[in-house]
Design a protein. Structure first.
Length: 704
């Protein structure tokens, strides 16, 4: 089969087959007019190819163009303080823009801060030729601190406002990516996306595919049927369409072969049976669904499940943020009039069906969903295991008997890691206690005579040994607790429900138990010091003993203060959670109001456009009416002239008829006279004939 091959994935080059969509003309006109615009669409839909093609066309018209991927600038900023990261980000971005536009760095244009960046934008606007700039992968900005990201984006709104004030439209800018405007910019007052022109990047239509392959499918029934079958599965998804067409072109097809079965088999092999992580489009969709944690994932899955069950969904009846997330994940699209949310194509609807959705919802509700995901994404780094507070929080729900084998292993590894940390701190405490008694012994040795000092030193050493033995008991207790935990984990792996419950209780009280053992060891050492009968040692230790008693007396108050502080902290956290919930509710309400306002503005714009079109149509009709009236006046004048001419003709005809009657009368008179003359002539002729007959001529000639 002689058909063109499409490139699946990556930016298209000048020689690759390119299928035009309405977005091509819209982006070209926006950049040529010096507007600020944005293309927000899911992964692998042709955003980069769209921008590069528009820039090539503008360059041919004399524009200075620049295509810049923001990702390297974001990577340069990572791993540094906020101030240093901001400087590295702006500097890297400025270097790339100057390279693309072939500009030298101007004096004072280091671009290590927003002021330098604004100076560069002003310089770009004042170049001798118009400029078109495309900034791709804006979604990478989410990796930057919020202050850097929002400060960077806010400058584009200021840039566009300055363009509107000055009336100069010499620099068009386009922002491209798959992150939603709400995720990139929380502040509706500073976001550039309210002032920016949106460029909608729709999937291919069947007519566009047929037009792109027009030279090949004319009169070729098999080729056209192939495009129709591919479109039936992909609904024009650029990446999926190119993949299926290219795979089909490698097959030897006969005109009579069943293309429907072939494309169905290719779709299953390429998308329906492959592992999700191995197919970029499918893996992207899953990651976008899970972005932000299990709570957001559950909400998105609820909306997506409703779309699958009902076939379509009214966008106004769901949260606009979740609907936008599903569209940018590539799972749904908005189509029809009035607009409805529907599954994007047949492949995605079958791969991410209701059974998969229900399974994902169940996974998102599991107790260790967030922490296990964090741990796996870090490459199973031990620093990402559960903390003691997380162990207590996660096991407080009483759902340990529902854990999978993998989750129990994760919990056991976390408990073992935290137990090792506790053992380390206990050993450190033992070392501190031993060091304290040695220092006391050294102090006593230096303040008494040699014999008494040696005796006091031996006594202090024995006391230190006893305290160490008591602390060793605490360590043994910790080891026993560790062994008990490990045993419980092993039993949990054998689905022992009772062991799961005991593991929850042990994990909850582990930290308090180890601290209690250490406190007991210190109390025993203090008690021994207070009970000694050696006078010299008592005198030597009187002040340390008094201090210890004071500390012991203060300990209950400290514990009370600590408990009070903990209670106040918990109240503060509860209050903070309430305030956070109220803030989120307010932000959600604000987002809804903003969406409604934007919808109202869009509706107003539509009505204004319709009104302008109606006024233009009315003006046209008025012009046509005036022309018609002028034509009617001309026709009336011509009719009056014709009627006057007709009257003249009628008068002339009447005169002519009168003259004709006179002529006819004269003719009749003439004819009568002629008849009379003829009769007279005939009489004369007859008389002459008689005379000639009576008198012959001499020459013998007859009478004339």
């Amino acid at each position: 089969m002689n058909m063109k091959e499409l490139r699946a994935g990556g930016a298209l080059g000048p020689d690759d087959v390119y299928i035009e969509r309405p977005a091509d003309a819209e982006l070209f006109e926006a950049l040529r007019s010096g507007e600020l615009c944005h293309v927000i669409a899911s992964s692998r839909t042709g955003k980069t190819s769209l921008a590069l093609r528009a820039l090539r066309s503008l360059a041919a018209d004399g524009f200075r163009t620049a295509y810049v991927d923001i990702t390297p600038a974001v990577e340069a900023a990572k791993g540094h303080s906020e101030a240093a990261g901001r400087a590295r980000f702006y500097d890297e971005l400025a270097v790339r823009i100057r390279q693309e536009l072939k500009l030298e760095a101007a004096p004072g244009e280091e671009c290590l801060d927003p002021a330098g960046w604004q100076q560069l934008l002003r310089r770009v606007r004042e170049l001798d030729a118009p400029v078109a700039l495309a900034l791709d992968e804006t979604n990478s900005l989410l990796q930057l601190p919020e202050t850097i990201r929002e400060g960077f984006l806010a400058m584009f709104k200021a840039f566009d406002a300055d363009r509107a004030r000055s009336g100069r439209s010499t620099a068009g800018i386009c922002l491209l990516g798959y992150a939603s405007p709400q995720a990139l910019m929380k502040s509706p007052e500073l976001t550039p996306f309210n002032a920016s022109k949106p460029i909608l990047l729709d999937d291919f239509t069947l007519d566009q595919l047929v037009f792109a392959f027009g030279a090949d499918v004319t009169g070729a029934e098999v080729s056209r049927k192939l495009l129709e079958e591919v479109y039936r599965w992909t609904s024009g998804h650029p990446y999926m369409t190119a993949s299926l067409i290219n795979t089909a072109l490698t097959r030897e097809l006969s005109p009579m072969e069943a293309l429907e079965e072939l494309i169905s088999q290719l779709a299953k092999e390429a998308f329906l049976t492959v592992e999700l992580s191995r197919e970029p489009v499918l893996d992207f969709a899953v990651k976008q669904l899970q972005a932000g944690g299990p709570a957001l994932e559950l909400q998105r899955l609820e909306v997506y499940g409703a779309i699958l069950r009902e076939g379509e969904l009214d966008p106004s009846k769901v949260n606009q943020g979740y609907a936008t997330d599903l569209q940018l994940a590539g799972l749904v699209r908005s189509g029809g009039m009035p607009p409805r949310l529907v599954a994007r194509n047949r492949i995605l609807e079958k791969r991410f069906d209701l059974s998969w959705t229900d399974k994902q919802k169940a996974e998102a509700k599991r107790p260790f969903a967030v922490t296990m995901k964090r741990w796996k994404e870090s490459g199973e780094n031990d620093s990402k295991l559960l903390t003691l507070a997380e162990i207590q929080e996660e096991t407080a729900h009483g759902t340990l008997w529902e854990l999978s084998r993998e989750e129990i292993q994760f919990l056991g590894r976390s408990v073992a890691k935290r137990t090792e940390e506790i053992r380390f701190y206990v050993r450190l405490l033992v070392l501190a206690i031993g060091t304290m008694f040695i220092l006391i012994a050294v102090a006593v040795y230096t303040t008494t005579d040699a014999r008494e000092a040696r005796i006091a030193a031996r006594i202090a050493q024995n006391d230190a040994k006893k305290a160490a033995m008591q602390t060793s008991s605490a360590i043994e207790s910790a080891l026993q607790e560790t062994q008990q935990i490990q045993e419980l984990v092993g039993r949990c792996l054998s689905n022992d429900a009772d062991a799961r419950m005991r593991l929850s209780k042990v994990a909850e009280g582990l930290q308090n138990q180890q601290q209690l053992e250490a406190v007991k060891a210190i109390d025993l050492a203090i008690t021994y010091l207070e009970g000694t009968n050696a006078d010299d040692l008592a005198r030597a230790l009187r002040k340390p003993r008094t201090d210890l008693r004071n500390y012991q007396a203060l300990l209950p108050q400290c514990r009370t203060d600590l408990n009070t502080s903990i209670t106040e902290r918990d109240d503060c956290r509860t209050n903070l959670t309430t305030r956070t919930t109220e803030r989120d509710a307010y932000q959600a309400s604000l987002t809804t109001r903003t969406t409604e306002r934007d919808a109202c503005q869009a509706s107003l714009t539509t009505r204004t456009t319709e009104r302008d079109a109606c006024q233009a149509s009315l003006t046209t009709r008025t012009t046509e009416r005036d022309a018609c009236q002028a034509s009617l006046t001309t026709r009336t004048t011509e009719r009056d002239a014709c009627q006057a001419s007709l009257a003249t003709v009628k008068n002339s005809l009447t005169t002519c008829q009168t003259s004709l009657a006179t002529v006819q009368s004269s003719l009749t008179t003439c004819q009568t006279s002629l008849t009379t003359v003829q009769s007279s002539l005939d009489a004369q002729t007859s008389a002459c004939t008689h005379i000639c007959a009576a008198t012959p001529r001499p020459d013998g000639c007859p009478c004339p």
